[in-house]
Design a binder for this molecule. Structure first.
Ligand SMILES: [Zn+2]
Length: 423
């Protein structure tokens, strides 16, 4: 397999989060080799849900809905101080937050976003309905003790102070768009109206939430399989949006998609960690661990359910998992592939696919890094257990949403084309 340590992806917008202007001109190096760690269950601090009333400001703040964290809110003069904490530690520094607020009379309000054991990472987004979001005006955003690194924790401010306009209508404020389990379920339901999409519950999370798989395709014999998963890590909404675009393209009405669905079956698991997503966990499941280290140990119901599902779906002798993709978010767009020593069911597919993305997307350079290790990550599981060509598709936290959508479409089109050509 070719190596794709090519040039930078420069569509990473600084704040405001959806800005189109090119930002840091340095290439994101990605993470190092992932270490294997024990994944036996550990306790978590549950998210308390309540509504805070600040009578002298005439303002109320609530986190009474499934989604990201808010662990405390207190008033200092005309400022509300939000306190955001993780489910347990040590933990990856992904402190996302969400709450809604309203006021008796229209007024301006200052809010400080503060964190325990982390710095401010997710640029604030506002919504009037919890569905449509826009980035906070950067004139109303004040970072404190901003780091000067290009990527990672060192690039972040310690905390921020923002100004919002509140009034009697609810204002939603969140670190990433709100895609909690009810909303993901509604999306799955809407796609399941299509004749060739079937959704079913194949397992339960540790806290008993349903885990759903979509089976997409109309091949008579469903023996050529592609797998897509997302949201092992709750705050990674930009990765989820990439997966959504990818799946919608495969469900689309193009000639290519119709032909693909006659030969291949896509299994899609859009929400791997429903407990973590609805409780606002920074990283872990309700068993207090990173599910993406549990794919070889399988101490948790979420990974065990996927193994049982795939064993069942791929049990026929001539069934093959050709391609597996796991959608995530990080500091910038990057692909983590297998290394060049592997021998998969579709040799060279991902290398060809990545170069086709570079050809099809204007001014786009693929940033990819190959490795394989003993750590129990999903891409290794897909390869070691089922021989799939597999990868982690990482999207930047701030990658402009229209580009996430476009890249997800092109990724699906090129994958369909290459798989059909290989037939
Ligand atoms: Zn992740």
């Amino acid at each position: 397999m070719k190596h794709f340590l090519l040039s930078l992806t420069f569509l990473w917008g600084l704040s405001p989060a959806f800005a189109q202007e090119p930002a840091p001109q340095k290439k994101f190096q990605g993470q190092g080799e992932v270490e294997a760690v024990p994944t036996t269950p550990r306790p978590v601090q549950l998210q308390h849900r309540t509504t805070y009333h600040f009578t002298d400001l005439g303002v109320s703040v609530s986190n009474e809905f499934p989604g990201a964290r808010l662990n405390g809110m207190l008033q200092r003069e005309d400022t509300l101080i939000a306190w955001i904490t993780a489910e347990n530690s040590p933990i990856n520094p992904s402190p996302w937050y969400a709450f809604k607020l309203w006021a008796e009379q229209p007024r301006e309000l200052y809010i400080k976003l503060t964190y325990e054991g982390a710095r401010h990472r997710y640029y604030p987004k506002l919504s009037k309905d919890g569905v449509h979001w826009s980035a906070l005006d950067s004139a109303h955003y004040q970072p404190f003790r901003q780091g000067d690194a290009d990527f990672g924790v060192g690039s972040l401010p310690e905390y921020v102070r923002i100004k919002v306009e509140v009034g009697p209508d609810t204002l939603w404020l969140a670190g990433q768009e709100l895609w909690n389990s009810p909303r993901v379920h509604a999306w799955v339901d809407s796609l399941s109206q299509l004749d060739f999409v079937r959704s079913e519950v194949f397992g339960e999370s540790r806290m008993g939430k349903p885990m759903e798989v979509m089976t997409i395709g109309e091949a008579k014999k469903q023996n050529k399989v592609v797998l897509a998963i997302s949201r092992q890590h709750p705050p990674e909404v930009s990765g989820f949006l990439a997966m959504k675009s990818f799946i919608e393209t495969i469900c689309g009405d193009s000639r290519l998609a119709r032909k693909f669905r006659k030969q291949y079956t896509l299994l899609a698991i859009p929400l791997m960690n429903p407990d973590g997503v609805d409780m606002g966990h920074w990283r872990h499941n309700a068993g207090g661990v990173d599910l993406n280290r549990d794919w070889s140990q399988r101490h948790h119901p979420e990974t065990r359910a996927v193994k049982a599902l795939l064993d069942q779906r791929l049990k026929a002798d001539d069934s093959q998992l050709y391609f597996g993709i796991d959608f995530h978010s990080t500091w910038d767009d990057i692909y983590y592939t297998l290394d060049s020593t592997v021998n998969t069911n579709a040799p060279g597919l991902i290398a060809e696919w990545l170069s086709s993305l570079e050809n099809e997307l204007p001014d786009y350079s693929v940033n990819a890094k190959g490795n394989i290790s003993a750590a129990g990550v999903s891409k290794n599981f897909m390869y070691f257990e089922y021989g799939a060509e597999s990868l982690v598709y990482e999207v930047g936290d701030n990658t402009p949403r229209p580009f996430i959508q476009q890249k997800g479409e092109v990724a699906a089109q090129q994958l369909m084309r290459l798989l059909l050509e290989a037939d």
